[in-house]
Design a protein around this ligand. Structure first.
Ligand code: ATP
Length: 450
C-alpha cells in the first residue's frame, strides 16, 4: 500500500465528492470505464501536462512539440504492426458468470500466487475458460457517409505513430539532427477487454509521449538517460521514491517493436503496476513507414555524409495513470483539534488551486476586503474565494483538494491591513501584510509553479 490510509475506494469517492473525476454518461447508467473530468480534475490534469511539457521543452533544447491527427491514413497501422499484432489474448468463462478476461493477466496473477498456470479457470466462479483468442484493441470507424463504401480508419491506439509520420517534416523545419526528440500529448483509444480500477485502464486516455531519435550506437546510453529522467520527474513532483521502481521487461513481454523496455511502476493500492513505459524501439517504426510509404526516412549527416535510420527511445506516459499515482501518493488523513481531516498533500505545482481567500465573517467589511485580496492574487495564480460556512469547514474543503495556502481576512485586517496565512501541511499560521502578498506566495511556491 502506498501509505497506510489510502485505498482505491477512498480515491474514487474523494474524486467524485469533490468533482475531480466521475463516471461518464451517468444519467444513462454510465458507460463502462469512461470517465469525465470535472473542474478540479481538469485543473490537476492541466498541471500534470504542463509539468511534462516543462520538462520536455522548456528545460531542454533538444526536443520539439507536435500535435498530430488522431485519425491517420489506415496504412499507418499496417506499417506499424498494430493491425496484425496489437491484440490481447481474450478468454471467456464457460461457467456461470460468462465474464471475459485477459489470459495473460490471469497467468500473471496465478504466478504471483505461486500457482500452476497449466490449467487456468475463471477467477470469479471457477468455471472453465475458452481457448484464448487474439482481440485487436483498435477502434474502427468509417470515413464517408455510407459505411459500406467508406474507407475504414482507426482511432489511434498510441500517439507515437503520428510522430514517425512527421519525422521528415520536423527534421526540416526544426533544423535538428539526432539526438533530438519530438513530443506530443493527446488522446489515444483502446478497446480494452478488461477495463477497471478507476482511471488506471480506460477506453480513451491521454498520453504524453516523446520519441527521441538517436544514432544507433548511442541508443543504450540514451535509454538509460531517459529511465533516470522520467523516474526523477515523478520524484521531483512529490512521489515517494519508495513507491516507485523500474522494472525491465522480460524477453517474452516485449512489444513487437521493442528491443528493450523498462516500466516505471508505482505502488498503487492495487499493487505495483505500470505508470510509464520507456522503450528502445530501435529503427522499427521508421523502417516500416519508409517501406510502406516509399519515402526515405533516413538521416544524412551533412558533415560526415553518414546515412542511417535513427533509433528511437520512447518514454510513454499516461496522464490518467500519472494523476492516479499523484492522488494516491498525496492522500492523507489526520486529526486537527479532535476532528478528522482528509488532505491531499499535492506538490504545489500540481495543486489545482494555489491559494484560497476566506473572509472570517460575512459582514463588517470582511467580504469586500477578501474579494479585493482575491482579485489581486488571481492575477498571479489560481486562487479561490470562499465565504460559505464555518472557517474550519472551509479550511477542510481546501485541504481536501490540496490547496497549499489559505488566507483569512479578519477584524485585524480591517485595522492594519494584515491577514493570516495558513500552510496546508504544517498548519502554521503567520500574520503577514496584504502589501506584497502575491510576491510572498510566489516565493513560497516552487519556481515555475504558476
Ligand atoms: P498495459 O500493459 O497496462 O496495458 P501498455 O504496456 O499497453 O499498458 P503502453 O502501450 O506502453 O501501455 O502505453 C504507454 C502508457 O499509456 C502506459 O504506461 C499507461 O500510462 C498509458 N495507458 C496505456 N493504456 C491505457 C489505458 N487503457 N488507460 C489508461 N492509460 C493507458
Amino acid at each position: 500500500m502506498p501509505n497506510d490510509v489510502v485505498t482505491m475506494d477512498k480515491i474514487v469517492s474523494l474524486c467524485k465528492r469533490r468533482g475531480f473525476i466521475f463516471p461518464a454518461s451517468e444519467i444513462y447508467g454510465g458507460l463502462h470505464n469512461s470517465y469525465d473530468y470535472g473542474h478540479y480534475g481538469v485543473l490537476l490534469k492541466q498541471n500534470v501536462i504542463a509539468q511534462w511539457w516543462k520538462a520536455m521543452i522548456q528545460e531542454r533544447d533538444d526536443i520539439v512539440a507536435l500535435d498530430s491527427a488522431i485519425i491517420q491514413h489506415p496504412r499507418t497501422w499496417e506499417a506499424s504492426g498494430h493491425l496484425a499484432g496489437f491484440s490481447d489474448p481474450l478468454v471467456q468463462c464457460l461457467g456461470k458468470c460468462k465474464r471475459r478476461f485477459r489470459e495473460d493477466h490471469l497467468r500473471e496473477e496465478a504466478e504471483a500466487r505461486g500457482e500452476s498456470t497449466d490449467h487456468l479457470v475463471c477467477p470469479v466462479c471457477g468455471g472453465e475458460l475458452t481457448e484464448p483468442r487474439a482481440f485487436n484493441l483498435m477502434f474502427e470507424t468509417t470515413i464517408g457517409p455510407v459505411k459500406e463504401d467508406g474507407a475504414t480508419v482507426y482511432l489511434r491506439p498510441e500517439t507515437a505513430q503520428g510522430i514517425f509520420l512527421d519525422f521528415k517534416q520536423v527534421l526540416q523545419f526544426a533544423r535538428r539532427k539526432p539526438p533530438f526528440g519530438i513530443a506530443q500529448v493527446g488522446k489515444s483509444f483502446r478497446n480494452e477487454i478488461t477495463p477497471g480500477n478507476f482511471i488506471f485502464r480506460t477506453l480513451e486516455f491521454e498520453q504524453m509521449e516523446m520519441e527521441f531519435f538517436v544514432p544507433p550506437a548511442e541508443a543504450p546510453q540514451w535509454h538509460e538517460h531517459w529511465l533516470k529522467e522520467r523516474f526523477d520527474w515523478y520524484v521531483n513532483l512529490g512521489i515517494d521514491p519508495e513507491h516507485l521502481r523500474l522494472r525491465p521487461h522480460d524477453a517474452d513481454e516485449l512489444s513487437h517493436y521493442s528491443s528493450a523496455t523498462s516500466d516505471v511502476e508505482y505502488l498503487y493500492p492495487i499493487g505495483w503496476s505500470e505508470l510509464e513505459g520507456i522503450a528502445n524501439r530501435g529503427d522499427f517504426d521508421l523502417t516500416q513507414h519508409a517501406k510502406f510509404s516509399g519515402e526515405k526516412l533516413d538521416y544524412v549527416d551533412p558533415q560526415t555524409g553518414d546515412r542511417y535510420i535513427p533509433y528511437v527511445i520512447e518514454p510513454a506516459a499516461g496522464v490518467g495513470r500519472s494523476m492516479l499515482a499523484f492522488l494516491c501518493d498525496a492522500y492523507d488523513e489526520d486529526e486537527i483539534g479532535g476532528e478528522q481531516r482528509t488532505v491531499l498533500r499535492l506538490h504545489p505545482a500540481l495543486a489545482p488551486v494555489k491559494v484560497a481567500v476566506l473572509p472570517l465573517l460575512r459582514k463588517a467589511g470582511h467580504p469586500e476586503k477578501a474579494r479585493a485580496v482575491y482579485e489581486e492574487l488571481r492575477r498571479h495564480m489560481k486562487a479561490e474565494y470562499d465565504d460559505g460556512g464555518a472557517i474550519g469547514r472551509r479550511y477542510r474543503r481546501q485541504d481536501e483538494i490540496g490547496t497549499p495556502f489559505a488566507i483569512t481576512i479578519d477584524h485585524q485586517t480591517i485595522e492594519d491591513d494584515t491577514v493570516t496565512l495558513r500552510d496546508r501541511d504544517t498548519l502554521e499560521q503567520e500574520r503577514v501584510p496584504v502589501e506584497g502578498l502575491a510576491r510572498r506566495l510566489l516565493a513560497k511556491l516552487d519556481p515555475g509553479v504558476v
